[in-house]
Design a binder for this molecule. Structure first.
Ligand code: PMT
Length: 396
């Protein structure tokens, strides 16, 4: 649970996207956050407070003069208890009122009286978003240190198409988790490889392996949440890129090699998580091989470039982290790979633990020794590995 113990005030303002705030509340609560909802009067025209009360298990506040607050100071009490105020959806009117410090309803008064950070997820018609008044307001909110999440572009409830849609609840959740993550890799550029490679035998067949990409994608997400600019060079896998990560799709080891070498010198940290094929097919057929071609077709293999070793050999290159998946003798083989590729840190895992699933068991090997991590979901191990890298690179 990535938001365990965090206290969040979820402000909901009047707009059709208010119905998505119910799903957002559910996602925040699922990650362990304690959520208190405050609605504007406008929001109650779209969704009733009862919906949010049922999902949060707490009374919902809409009125500054709510008699349930014994001291009649709901705006102070509710904002003082929060680690974050998140307003989603945030209407054009709410943004304008916040810019001017108005305190004409409970939510606006809480925002003005807060001593915690404020994130807002704007949602409005595209013309309202593009209006110079709204753009001025957004610039002022940014200057005041308020985080602006989105908006997204696309089809709007009114039927028009353009910028102004609220980010999806899952995307807002990712931003909230990133907000609470210590920025151990702030302003670092991190390059990561993930997934398998596919070495063609003919146009429809090839040599590949069982890497799902989960470990590499988890690291890309954790690095981005830690404040890095992340580029993910990905072999063929079935996931969307983590939010805010620049993904480059490749298929073969040669394509992965080219994509990495074009960016390695511009990176501060390189993490090779991909299960790169050691060999490719030298005599790959341009047309589909036919069974009746006379005998079993010979497959000639030729060695692929070692991407990690080449990046590690770059003069002034990035801090390099390798992975080693072994079926036995983990320490001996992982350490041998670390020495051979001349890299400061390697993460070892057994193939039965590492390939495929959501969990893993990692042992880190570096100049200081051996660091076994407790078996955990790949997302958690990724967070710990990023902490270890920040520690070794002196960036925390
Ligand atoms: O994708 P998942 O299902 O989540 O599984 C994750 C994983 C098991 C694939 C991952 O945790 C892992 O261990 N990746 C490395 C797999 C491996 O054993 O690689 P290797 O021993 O072939 O290579 C060692 C290191 O050199 C790796 O960092 C690899 O990316 C890199 N390498 C290898 C060969 C090559 N030609 N170029 C490389 O860069």
């Amino acid at each position: 649970m990535e938001l365990q113990g965090k206290r969040i005030v979820l402000g909901v303002t009047g707009g059709i996207a208010a119905y998505k705030a119910a799903e957002l509340l559910r996602l925040l609560a699922k990650q362990g956050a304690e959520v208190q909802v405050a609605m504007t009067e406008g929001a109650t025209h779209f969704v009733t407070p009862t919906t949010f009360q049922a999902l949060s298990g707490k009374p919902v506040f809409t009125d500054q003069w709510d008699a349930r607050m014994p001291n009649a100071m709901a705006h102070i009490d509710l904002s003082r208890q929060a680690d974050l105020i998140l307003v989603a959806p945030a209407s054009a009117d709410f943004l304008a009122r916040t810019v001017h410090g108005l305190a004409d309803d409970l939510l606006a008064t809480m925002v003005l009286a807060r001593d915690c950070p404020l994130l807002v997820a704007p949602a409005m018609n595209r013309q309202m978003w593009e209006n110079p008044a709204t753009q001025r307001n957004v610039a002022q909110l940014r200057a005041d240190g308020i985080g602006i999440l989105g908006p997204a572009s696309g089809e709007q409830a009114c039927g028009e198409v353009g910028a102004g849609r609220m980010l999806e609840p899952e995307e807002i959740l990712e931003e909230v988790i990133a907000f609470f993550t210590p920025k151990l890799l702030a302003s670092k550029r991190v390059l990561i490889t993930a997934g398998p490679t596919f070495e063609a035998i003919d146009p429809v067949r090839g040599i590949t392996n069982l890497s799902s990409g989960r470990m590499g994608y988890a690291l890309a997400r954790a690095a981005r949440q830690a404040g890095a600019a992340v580029t993910l060079v990905s072999g063929p896998v079935g996931f969307a890129a983590p939010q805010g990560v620049d993904r480059i799709d490749v298929r073969s080891a040669l394509e992965m090699h080219a994509a990495v070498m074009a960016r390695a010198s511009l990176s501060d940290i390189f993490i090779g998580v991909a299960a790169v094929a050691d060999y490719r097919v030298a005599n790959a057929a341009g047309h589909k091989l036919k069974k009746d071609m006379g005998g079993i077709p010979p497959i000639e293999l030729v060695e692929n470039p070692d991407i990690l070793a080449e990046v590690a050999a770059l003069p002034g290159g990035p801090f390099c982290v390798g992975f080693a998946a072994e079926s036995r003798n983990l320490e001996e083989y992982a350490q041998a790979k670390r020495r051979k590729k001349n890299i400061p840190l390697i993460a070892g895992n057994l193939i039965q633990d590492g390939f495929g699933g959501d969990d893993n068991r990692l042992v880190l090997f570096d100049d200081k020794g051996t660091h076994p991590l407790t078996p955990a979901p790949k997302s958690e191990l990724a967070r710990q590995l990023i902490e270890h890298i920040a520690d070794l690179t002196g960036t925390d």
